[in-house]
Design a protein around this ligand. Structure first.
Ligand code: MIG
Length: 742
């Protein structure tokens, strides 16, 4: 990419690349937006409010022509390449000018040879329409990119952004999963930067795989359109990225409780039985997910009246037990004249068509199905309104699946017509935002139809979907490798703006062992979304399906989760400003501790809790790394200093450390958030002195936006607690208990 100076008006720098205009603008003193004029033909789905542009100052120095905000600068060098630099004109990130190595083409003979033994060979990547590469320094680490498989540091790997439903065991060689979040952060020796490539066509990230000294981005369509964010550390970069694409909103408190799910609950009686078992075994639980079998022949927005005599009554009875129902909704609408959703969508022209303008049909669960065209506003509104049917039955949340979109009869052809806003476009262009637009439709429908904060959970999505939906990582398996992967996968989702995410606890496909399940509850307990889910045909996976010991361990961590709810909720509240996730890799809190840049088997819950779960079979001790400071073992209250320690971790123990100088807010254990009378708060004090900001509201609607919440500032010193109310707009606790832990 060789650039030539074209014009500068104090705000916008225009450059020429062949016959294309590239613009450079500052959207804040530490963020630049660099895009081709062609990008104006591809409106963003991630950025809904265009930020204001600020002034740039032009100057010249030996490196080239500089355009500076005072804090960061864009430098156009003599050779037509550019570098991004800091306040002192030191290079943060330079365009890579060396020759790029591309993937070698495989001859047809080799292709056939490999295929004869069933090796899945990859076809050559298509020619990129957009391509740019940047230099990497020796110790740079790369984070983010959404729900990709593998480990925390993405350097050395290659990924693809193309929302993909592949239920085979997803290992570190998988290039694409269900979500496309083309945002990455690079952590350098002394600072960090982020790049967000806002282009939803299929794209590729080679993160130092073919060439160790550079990373490259390529897209099969759309235009060059990226943002560059600079920060002291990853937190500053993530804050800026989420300022641009949106924050995870405050969820309803009950959604942070425990969820039970299984593909295979078919009958009303089975749902009731699950709820009764929860209570019989003294297990906290706030939600049961109803998978595809509650519907009538997999027709969305219908209820199977043979399997359910009275869904309203069942859901009401469940609610009385403190358990809410969440129902699955897939995008595929059954082709079935006389079925209202199909008839209406067809009459209004709301389904995707082929290039000859005939409604496009593929197959999913209901058999022949059509695809609502969620890129159009009217279609989203219409879809959102359908949710009244579910709300009338008493449904409390909606689970969106199969929205990559999945299809059983081969992938959707590139040229199926999907709209991009009000303009006809193609599947090729709109594939990666299909799940985003579906979950947005669901969120907006629920928000309009009920007063509560919508609970939507989706499998497929795009950058920015965090404003509308919770996510889960799709079809994992009950294997140790997937418990291990759960940590970096959820941490990287958090580093990509998705603060509310979870894996299927226990694993979806394959059969869980008691030991694996016990260890998975110890990770699930601290994951933003805590849901046990498993596939039809696999071993039953509810906590009581194994043995007494497994049940006791599951209960212990489910109860711990309910005790920690105020702490988790506080982190969500803070995340609305900071964009930081509650579950986070150690590197987010300790970016310059070299030891934590690749810690895959430990994580933090906010600032105060360090979790070091056992994720290996047959292990009863854990090698734990503690960063700077003093740490207190949650179980023994023994003090530990920074460094490596081997700690006991028998099957019922997940090593947990609390940072000395913490106040940990807890609720008394309850079996359901919904039944929870928030009249008592427990403050556990770790260390001699501590401070903490605690948020409290009604946990369900938007009254907090009108000031109906409390903000407590607690300070503990010299054996005394001082409470200052920073905001008082909600009923206060009747009782605040203090427990000093030493
Ligand atoms: O693969 O609705 O990821 O959670 O249970 C089948 C049935 C389709 C895939 C989801 C999974 C869900 C299942 N669905």
């Amino acid at each position: 990419m060789t650039l030539k100076h074209q014009a500068f008006n104090g705000k916008i720098l225009e450059l020429k690349r062949n016959d294309e205009i590239i613009k450079v603008e500052a959207i804040s003193s530490t963020a630049l937006h660099i895009y081709s004029e062609k990008a104006e033909n591809f409106p963003s789905y991630a950025v809904e409010v265009q930020p204001e542009i600020i002034d740039l100052t032009e100057s010249e120095d030996k490196q080239g022509r500089l355009y500076h905000t005072g804090q960061i600068g864009f430098c156009l060098r003599e050779d037509g390449s550019f570098v991004l630099m800091d306040a002192g004109n030191q290079v943060i990130c330079a365009q890579y000018t060396g020759a790029r190595k591309h993937k070698d083409a495989l001859s047809d003979d080799f292709f056939k040879l490999l295929a004869s033994e069933g090796h899945a060979t990859e076809a050559e990547a298509k020619k990129a329409e957009v391509e740019i590469a940047f230099a990497l320094e020796e110790n740079d680490c790369i984070y983010g990119l959404g729900d990709k498989t593998g480990f925390l540091n993405k350097r050395g790997y290659e990924y693809e952004m193309w929302n993909t439903d592949d239920p085979s065991p997803q290992m570190d060689n998988f290039k694409a999963l269900y979500k496309s979040i083309p945002f990455m952060m690079v952590l350098k020796e002394n600072m960090a930067y982020g790049l967000f490539f806002d282009n939803h066509y299929k794209s590729y990230f080679d993160l130092g795989k073919r060439q160790a000294d550079c990373f490259a981005y390529e897209a099969e369509g759309g235009a060059l359109d990226f943002y560059f964010f600079a920060g002291q550390d990853l937190k500053e970069v993530l804050k800026q990225y989420t300022d641009l694409t949106g924050k995870t909103p405050l969820p309803q408190l009950w959604t942070l409780g425990y969820h039970q799910s299984r593909w295979g609950y078919r009958l009303e009686s089975e749902i009731r039985e699950i709820a009764e078992n929860m209570r019989k075994h003294d297990l906290p639980c706030d939600a049961i997910h109803l998978d595809i079998d509650y519907m009538e022949g997999y027709r969305v927005f219908t209820w199977n009246e043979k399997r359910y005599q009275d869904p309203e009554k069942t859901l009401k009875d469940l609610k009385e037990m403190g358990i809410k129902a969440i129902t699955i909704i897939d995008p595929g609408v059954k082709v079935d004249a006389g079925y209202q959703v199909y008839d209406e969508g067809l009459a209004k022209g709301y389904f995707a068509t082929d290039k000859n303008n005939l409604t496009y049909v593929n197959q999913v669960w209901p058999g022949d199905s059509v695809y609502p065209d969620f890129g159009r506003r009217q279609v989203r509104q219409w879809w959102g309104d359908q949710h009244q049917f579910l709300l009338n039955k008493g449904v409390a949340g909606v689970w969106n699946d199969m929205n990559e979109p999945a299809s059983f009869q081969g992938p959707l052809p590139d040229d199926v017509v999907f709209y991009d806003g009000e303009k006809p476009s193609t599947h090729k262009a709109m594939h990666n935002v299909y799940g985003h637009n579906m979950s947005k439709a669901t969120f907006e429908g629920l928000k309009k139809l009920s007063k509560e904060r919508p609970f939507v959970i989706t499998r497929a999505c795009y950058a920015g979907s965090q404003k509308y939906t919770t996510v889960w990582t799709g079809d994992n398996h009950s294997i140790w490798a997937h418990l291990q992967m759960a940590i970096p996968q959820l941490c990287n989702l958090g580093l990509s703006g998705f603060g509310f995410a979870g894996t299927d606890v226990g694993g979806f496909g394959s059969d869980a062992t008691p030991e694996l399940l016990a260890r998975w509850y110890q990770v699930g307990c601290f994951s933003p979304l805590f849901r046990n889910h498993s596939a039809l045909g696999t071993r039953d996976q509810e906590p009581w399906q194994f043995d007494q010991r497994t049940l006791d361990i599951a209960r212990k961590y489910m109860k711990l989760r309910y005790e920690l709810l105020p702490y988790i909720y506080d982190n969500f509240y803070q995340g609305m400003q900071s964009g930081l996730p509650v579950m986070r890799p150690l590197v987010l809190n300790y970016p310059f501790d070299q030891e934590v840049r690749e810690k895959n088997d430990q994580f933090m819950l906010g600032e105060n809790i360090l979790v070091a779960p056992v994720v290996e079979q047959g292990v009863s001790r854990k090698l734990v790394y503690l960063p700077e400071g003093e740490w207190i073992c949650y179980w023994s209250h023994k003090k530990y200093g920074a460094g490596y320690h081997i700690v006991p971790a028998p099957l019922d123990i997940c090593p947990i450390f609390i940072k000395s100088g913490s106040i940990l807010p807890k609720y008394p254990v309850r079996l359901s958030v919904d039944k929870h009378k928030d009249d008592c708060l427990i403050l556990e004090i770790y260390g001699d002195q501590a401070e903490y900001l605690h948020y409290q509201d009604n946990g369900c609607d938007y009254a907090y936006e009108k000031g109906e919440y409390n903000l407590y500032h607690f300070r503990y010193a010299e054996g005394k607690l001082i409470t200052e109310m920073k905001q008082q707009g909600y009923k206060k606790y009747q009782d605040i208990k203090i427990e000093v832990k030493r």
